[in-house]
Design a protein around this ligand. Structure first.
Ligand SMILES: [Zn+2]
Length: 662
């Protein structure tokens, strides 16, 4: 039996959990459940990551305390994880006494061992807000390419990296004022002291090869001292020997794994030190997204080693979740929160889809919504639960729900048992997609067996009653084995299947003994078909942009002379009618103060013709006439438009037709 402490990445407590974050959490949860079914002692802990400037500023913007913010968001996170059946043994917060105590303990040990140094840094300071500004809180014009509105550390347009002081016209995003430069003494962790240890550790099997290769690049670039302090105001843990300074959130966040475990130990009566001592025989596994590798594979093992703790046994990183082939994006409506998913679909479907796509590597995982529906329908509905629903009805109709006393095909059942070793091995080595493929191949075998035996034909002949019961008993047992193998992936469905079978799978070895002579309960549908339209509901309508797109990225500037070339006039609408064969257009007859014009306007979706007659509009009067299929348009009516609709412009009361607009 192995003793294993497992963590999944800490969600940041400033907003909802999205499906990307749910990906590593579910990957971790599947692994934990598989290891528990193998009989290992596994403890799975996690916590909310609650410190740092973004939390502080968000709370301030909402007019609440950071504690109130992380309390509210934390409750939402817990509810989302619970709904996805994440089996944490403990879920905690980094804003805890345990975390403060352990972070300080780590820091003091690092100081004693000579791994901490201090030096002065010059940093942008917002005099109005009274705070030092992290790079991302200063915006300005890129010093290289001149693109405005770039962050203080890099340019999104040309990719240049620079320091905040290089920005042209820098502005604090907190107060909108121009920051000044100010000196501040900062506390640094001397990462370079650990290069030899890290080079060895990264090749010890603790990391995937692709990750270890990436680390080699970082070693080549040189391991620089890491600034682990931030100046007040900051929401976090104060540094004991540096008043007014706080530990950078990334120092205390991973300590949150330890803190959550310490909190669990106090409750469960475990010895914390025996799990975290340098010579501990227990294993430590972290599951993370590839974006936070630097912290988990360099800083974290180094700070642990430096402070006299054990290092991770393994850090498992995975790729990003994309939706329909694209990065999740709020503006495209593909940013799917966990809650939004749960409002439309059952948690086990996403868990299954992920498992079917996940391997041990760093490749991105695409959630094509079409593929999602196809896979759920083909695998879960068409193959897996189909076996149970077909067989259960015969067992209930003819035999009072009682299974036969023996299997008609023990060899076939044996095949299912024997396949278990490979499947279990695949779960343990994170070859999830391979495990799912193997299980579905077995499901095909089970369905083929039933198709060949044709119990629906035998059931018509009373003389073959025992045969029908035997075939369906075989089918039910094959289903039970499949459900057991999928139990790490489908905990909710497995629980309902166990209730139906009246038999619980607590260990992989339980599969070896088939369920015979027992009474099963009424079958309740375990999975239902998805139609593609309901899956599409996962995607939101894109959020309206906060700025009008024309302002954010409009045409080039013009001079007053340019503008004066446009002859805008007030016009009175005298007639308005539908245009046959044009479902967007209305034909307007307008008076420009004596001159009559015909204008075709694309406003049919927004206005009834009758409502327009007698009102004034604004017309571009010197627009070159445009020949259309329905006639010639001699001008253009001005209207505002956006996601909310289309709105004609008109002057205030008192204006007369023909007046110039400028
Ligand atoms: Zn640039």
């Amino acid at each position: 039996m192995r003793r294993i402490l497992v963590t999944s990445a800490l969600p940041y407590a400033n907003g909802p959990i999205h499906l990307g974050h749910m990906t590593e959490t579910i990957q971790c949860d599947i692994w934990v459940r598989a290891m528990k079914l193998a009989g290992h002692e596994v403890i799975y802990v996690c916590a909310d990551d609650t410190h740092g400037t973004p939390i502080m500023l968000k709370a301030e913007a909402e007019g609440i305390t950071p504690e109130a913010l992380i309390g509210r968001v934390g409750a939402e996170h817990r509810a989302d994880f619970a709904a996805f059946d994440i089996g944490f043994d403990n879920y905690y917060t980094t804003h805890s006494e345990e975390n403060r105590r352990l972070t300080v303990r780590m820091y003091e040990a690092l100081v004693r061992a000579g791994h901490i140094t201090r030096r002065s840094v010059r940093q942008a300071y917002d005099e109005k807000a009274g705070m030092f500004l992290p790079d991302r809180y200063v915006k300005g014009t890129c010093p290289r390419c001149g693109t405005p509105d770039q962050y203080g550390d890099s340019c999104e347009n040309c990719g240049a990296t620079y320091s905040t002081s290089d920005l042209i016209d820098p502005v604090s995003v907190v107060s909108g004022t121009t920051p000044i430069e100010r000196e501040s003494e900062h506390v640094f962790f001397r990462l370079g002291n650990f290069e030899a240890m890290l080079r060895k550790w990264t090749r010890s099997g603790a990391l995937q090869d692709a990750v270890a290769n990436k680390l080699d690049e970082w070693f080549e670039a040189g391991l620089r001292d890491w600034d682990v302090s931030r100046d007040a105001p900051y929401f976090g843990i104060e540094i004991p020997d540096a008043p007014g300074k706080y530990f950078y959130v990334w120092l205390d966040a991973p300590v949150g794994y330890m803190a959550s475990f310490a909190n669990y130990c106090a409750r469960a009566g475990l010895d914390f030190e025996s799990w975290w001592a340098p010579d501990s025989k227990a294993e430590l596994h972290h599951f993370i997204g590839k974006d936070i590798l630097y912290f988990h594979s360099l800083f974290w093992p180094a700070t642990l080693e430096g402070a006299g703790f054990r290092k991770p046994t393994a850090v498992h990183a995975h790729g990003f979740l994309t939706v329909n082939g694209e990065k999740m994006s709020k503006s495209r409506g593909t940013f799917v929160t966990a809650r939004r998913y749960l409002d439309h679909l059952p948690p086990d479907y996403f868990r299954y889809f992920l498992a079917a796509k996940l391997g041990p590597g760093l490749e991105d995982i695409d959630m094509s919504l079409e593929e999602f529906a196809t896979r759920i329908n083909a695998d879960l509905v068409g193959k897996l639960v189909n076996i149970a629903s077909r067989c259960a009805s015969f067992i209930h109709r003819g035999y009072g729900g009682q299974l036969a006393a023996e299997l008609p095909e023990p060899a076939l059942y044996r095949e299912f048992v024997d396949a278990g070793a490979g499947i279990v091995e695949a779960w343990e080595s994170l070859e999830f997609a391979a495990a799912v493929r193997e299980i579905m191949a077995l499901a095909d075998r089970a369905n083929l067996y039933i198709d060949r035996q044709k119990p629906w034909l035998a059931a018509k002949d009373p003389a073959r009653a025992a045969e029908v019961q035997a075939v369906c008993t075989q089918g039910i047992n094959l289903f039970r084995a499949l459900m057991a193998y999928l139990k790490p992936v489908l905990p909710g469905t497995a629980e309902r299947a166990e209730a139906f079978l009246g038999s619980r799978i607590a260990h992989w070895r339980d599969v070896e003994s088939p369920l015979l002579g027992a009474k099963i309960n009424e079958y309740q549908p375990l999975a239902t078909r998805l139609d593609a339209a309901s899956v599409q509901k996962l995607l939101e309508m894109p959020m309206p942009p906060t700025e009008s797109p024309a302002i954010a990225a409009g045409p080039a500037q013009i001079t007053p002379e340019d503008f004066a070339r446009i002859d805008l006039r007030v016009a009175l609408v005298e007639t308005a009618e539908y245009v046959e064969g044009a479902d967007r257009l209305l034909k307007l007859g307008v008076d420009l103060g004596g001159e009559r014009r015909t204008v075709f306007a694309g406003i049919r979706g927004a206005y009834e013709p009758a409502a327009l007659v007698g009102r004034q509009v604004v017309i571009v009067a010197n627009l070159k006439p445009k020949k259309m299929r329905f006639g010639t348009s001699e001008g253009m009516a001005l209207a505002a438009s956006g996601d909310d609709g289309l709105f004609l412009l008109s002057p205030d009361a008192g204006a007369r037709a023909g007046m110039k607009v400028s």
